[in-house]
Design a binder for this molecule. Structure first.
Ligand SMILES: Cc1ncc(COP(=O)(O)O)c(C=O)c1O
Length: 278
């Protein structure tokens, strides 16, 4: 129990961590592009975010180690990463955690880890003894489909959890969310069905995109990137057809859209619409 903390979504865990540990002018490091919330929270606390560009779309762990300075307090690693859908492999992660200085907090944001099972991607549960200040974050918003209930959790270093619990509101997670989350943990059938719908969907979408001659980034998550040229235009034209994708301009990938894999009828509708729009 003293190695676990729950939050109003894993977003709240990011807020709690930063509020508890990061002082003004201290630094955090993250890959770019990656989840956009860390930067907002760090800046909001008066800290500085240091960005390390992806290397061939993968998180550059060596580049992150190179950016460590005396001001560095927190390193955020999104594994698998959003928006690329690519992950850090187990051995690579072990090596990184053994190398990071012991007084830096390392956050492994595993919001999409359930989709990556069996892919060789590092699993934070096997890593908690490798670094004294490690916090792994997970959520019920993705594979469990409970985003609207707002519940996520963190686990790892006792000392981190202890301090965050002192700063946390006493009733930060509502009762309905707690009941939903515990029921979801027992509903293994729903989780495995979700994962197989996503995997079948990816197979179909990849095949159709190949037929269209479009490049995509094979992912271990429930979303992936497609190179479409002017992503903003494609996004707007798809929107008029009732399909919401994300244009990746804000992530400095202006030629890419990111799509979330849907149910088969939705995937088919997407492919039809994408053909029309292109
Ligand atoms: C990488 C990553 N981490 C965390 C979150 C936050 O999820 P939640 O606050 O719903 O748990 C998201 C949501 O988009 C995400 O993409």
């Amino acid at each position: 129990m003293d190695q676990i903390i729950v939050g109003n979504g894993s977003n709240e865990i990011v807020e709690l961590l930063v509020r508890t540990f990061l002082f003004p002018r201290e630094e955090a490091i993250q890959a770019f592009p990656s989840f956009l919330v860390y930067e907002k929270v760090v800046k909001g606390a008066g800290g500085e975010m240091v960005f390390v560009p992806l290397k061939e779309l993968k998180i550059d762990l060596e580049g992150i180690l190179d950016k460590i300075s005396p001001e560095t307090k927190i390193i955020f690693l999104t594994n698998p990463n959003n928006p690329t859908g690519l992950g850090i492999e187990e051995e690579e992660m072990r090596e990184f955690l053994r190398t990071v200085p012991e007084d830096i907090i390392v956050v492994l944001d595993e919001a999409y880890i359930e989709f990556a099972k069996g892919s060789g991607i590092a699993d934070g549960r096997d890593m908690i003894d490798l670094h004294p200040l490690l916090l792994v974050m997970r959520t019920f918003s993705k594979a469990y489909g409970l985003a609207g209930l707002r519940i996520g959790y963190g686990f790892g270093s006792k000392i981190l959890i202890d301090y965050m619990n002192r700063v946390r509101q006493p009733f930060n997670v509502n009762m309905l969310a707690q009941i939903g989350a515990t029921a979801a943990l027992d509903d293994e059938e729903f989780l495995s069905r979700t994962i197989s719908v996503v995997n079948e969907g990816k197979k179909y979408l990849y095949k159709e995109l190949e037929k269209m001659g479009l490049e995509y980034v094979p992912s271990v998550t429930n979303f992936f990137l497609i190179k479409v040229g002017k992503a903003r235009d494609i996004y707007e034209r798809l929107l008029k057809k009732g399909i919401i994708v994300r244009s990746m301009e804000a992530y400095n990938l202006p030629e890419y859209i990111r799509i979330t894999v849907g149910k088969m009828n939705e995937n088919e509708k997407f492919i039809l619409s994408l053909r029309e729009v292109l």
